[in-house]
Design a protein around this ligand. Structure first.
Ligand code: GAL
Length: 413
C-alpha cells in the first residue's frame, strides 16, 4: 500500500465515523423560570441519555427574549456561535439563514417526515427557507390566557370569574380583602402582550383582522377599540400594587394568592405545575378572557449554527431529532405549559387548561394567524412605545391613547 492509498484509507475511515468524537453542544435559551427550567431539563436529560458521550451544555440567558435575542444574534454573527439556540417561530433567524450561518436540517426532516406530523403546518413552513429546513419547532405557545387564583376569590367572598367582565366586577371585593386584582410585571413586552390579548379577547378575530390585516384606522378610532382601550385603562388601575418586574414574579403573586389573576401566555402554566397545583383546584384558566376563545400559535423553535465541525453536526442533528420525538414532545410540553407540535402523541396526561387549548385549536377558525409578519417592526415599535407610555403615565386617558394609536395605524406602511 503506498502513501496515497493509506491517506485515502484513513480519510474514508474518518468519513464513516471511525474517528468520530463525542461533542459538547452548548444550547442557549431564555428559559430560566421554575417551569421553564423544568422543561429544559426534559430536553437536556433526554439528549444526554442518548449515549455516545455527546453532552447538553446549558447556556441559559437570564431575562426575557428581548434581552436574550440580541446576545444570541451577536454571538452567531460575531464568530462565536453556540451549538444550538432557542428563537421564536417566525422570521427571527432569516438573516442568519441568508448569510449561510445556519445548519440545514432537511435530511433529518425528510427522513423522519416532519412535514407529515408537524401541526399546524405553518410551524413547519416557518422552518422552511427556499425548500430547505433550518429549524425544529418544539411547541405551540399562545398568549391569550388569564390565570386565576381560586383561593383569592374565595377569600374575597366572591365567585371566581368566568370572563373579563366578571373579573372587573369582582375587583373591588379583592381590593377590600387586601388582594391586588391583576398581577403584571413592569416590562413593556408584558404591557404590550396584555393589550393584544384584550384586543382579541374583547374584540374577537374580526377586530384583530380589521387592525392587523385591513389596517383600518377608522375602525381603530371607533367604539370596539374604545372598549379595548377602556379595558386597558381598567387593567392599569387593577394592577396598582403589583410591583414586580419579571412575568414569573407576577405569576407567583397569583400562586401565593396575593393577586387575583394575571394575563400571560401559557408558559405561566409551568409555574403552577412546579408549585404542585392542579388546574380546577387552586387555579383556573380563561382562554380568550372567557369571551372570544381564540389562540395564536406562536412558540419556540431551535436553530443550529453551522460551524463545519463534523462531530458537532452529527450531535446537532441528533439533538434536532430528539426534540421532535414523541415522548420528549409530551414530557417537555407538559412541563412547559405549551402544546406539542405533533398530534400523534399520547396526551392523556394533559391537564384541564391544556385540554381547553387543544379543543380550541381543533377548529382553525379559532386560530389567529401569526401577527408579527403583518405590521412592520417600525409600526409595532411605535405602538409598543405608546402602550408603555400610557401604562406608565396615568394622566393619559384611554380616549387620548386610542386616538394616537389610530394615527400610528393610519400611517403604517
Ligand atoms: C417567549 C417564549 C416562551 C416563554 C416566554 C417567557 O418568548 O416563546 O417559551 O419562555 O417567552 O420567557
Amino acid at each position: 500500500m503506498n502513501k496515497k492509498q493509506i491517506t485515502a484509507l484513513v480519510a474514508s475511515a474518518m468519513a464513516f465515523g471511525g474517528a468520530a468524537q463525542a461533542a459538547d453542544v452548548e444550547v442557549t435559551h431564555w428559559w430560566t423560570s421554575g417551569g421553564e427550567a423544568a422543561a429544559v431539563k426534559v430536553f437536556a436529560d433526554s439528549f444526554n441519555a442518548l449515549g455516545g458521550g455527546d453532552r447538553w451544555i446549558d447556556g441559559a440567558i437570564a431575562g426575557s427574549g428581548g434581552v436574550a435575542r440580541p446576545i444570541i444574534a451577536s454571538r452567531i454573527t460575531g464568530g462565536d456561535p453556540m451549538g444550538a439556540t432557542q428563537l421564536n417561530h417566525g422570521r427571527q433567524a432569516e438573516d442568519f439563514i441568508e448569510a449561510g450561518l445556519m445548519l440545514e436540517l432537511t435530511d433529518v426532516a425528510q427522513r423522519e417526515n416532519w412535514k407529515g406530523f408537524v401541526r399546524p403546518s405553518g410551524l413547519y413552513d416557518s422552518c422552511d427557507y427556499d425548500g430547505k429546513i433550518f429549524c425544529v419547532p418544539v411547541n405551540i405557545h399562545s398568549w391569550q390566557w388569564m390565570w386565576i387564583s381560586l383561593p383569592a376569590f374565595q377569600k374575597a367572598g366572591v365567585p371566581a370569574p368566568k370572563d373579563w367582565h366578571e373579573f372587573v366586577a369582582a375587583a373591588p371585593a379583592l381590593r377590600n380583602a387586601g388582594i391586588v386584582p391583576l398581577a403584571l410585571g413592569n416590562q413593556s413586552w408584558q404591557y404590550g402582550g396584555m393589550f393584544d390579548v384584550l384586543l382579541v379577547g374583547l374584540g374577537g378575530i374580526d377586530t384583530w383582522k380589521r387592525i392587523n390585516i385591513d389596517r383600518d384606522a377608522d375602525f381603530a378610532r371607533g367604539s370596539k377599540m374604545r372598549e379595548v382601550w377602556q379595558a386597558f385603562g381598567d387593567a392599569r388601575e387593577l394592577s396598582v400594587g403589583s410591583n414586580v418586574s419579571e412575568w414569573n414574579e407576577a405569576t407567583n403573586l397569583v400562586i401565593t394568592h396575593k393577586a387575583g389573576a394575571q394575563i400571560m401566555g401559557d408558559w405561566a402554566q409551568g409555574e403552577f405545575s412546579v408549585a404542585g397545583y392542579t388546574a380546577g383546584n387552586e387555579y383556573d384558566c380563561l382562554p380568550g378572557l372567557g369571551i372570544n376563545e381564540v389562540l395564536s400559535t406562536g412558540g419556540d423553535a431551535f436553530y443550529f449554527p453551522a460551524t463545519g465541525d463534523a462531530d458537532l453536526v452529527r450531535a446537532q442533528k441528533k439533538m434536532a431529532s430528539m426534540m421532535v420525538s414523541k415522548d420528549v414532545q409530551v414530557g417537555f410540553n407538559l412541563a412547559k405549559g405549551s402544546l406539542p407540535i405533533r398530534g400523534d402523541v399520547d396526551l392523556s396526561a394533559a391537564n384541564l387548561c391544556m385540554k381547553k387549548g387543544l379543543k380550541i385549536l381543533d377548529n382553525l377558525d379559532n386560530v389567529i394567524p401569526s401577527g408579527d409578519q403583518l405590521l412592520t417592526q417600525d409600526t409595532l415599535g411605535q405602538m409598543g412605545d405608546l402602550i408603555a407610555e400610557f401604562w406608565e403615565d396615568t394622566s393619559i386617558t384611554p380616549a387620548e391613547a386610542q386616538e394616537r394609536w389610530a394615527d400610528i395605524l393610519a400611517s403604517a406602511e
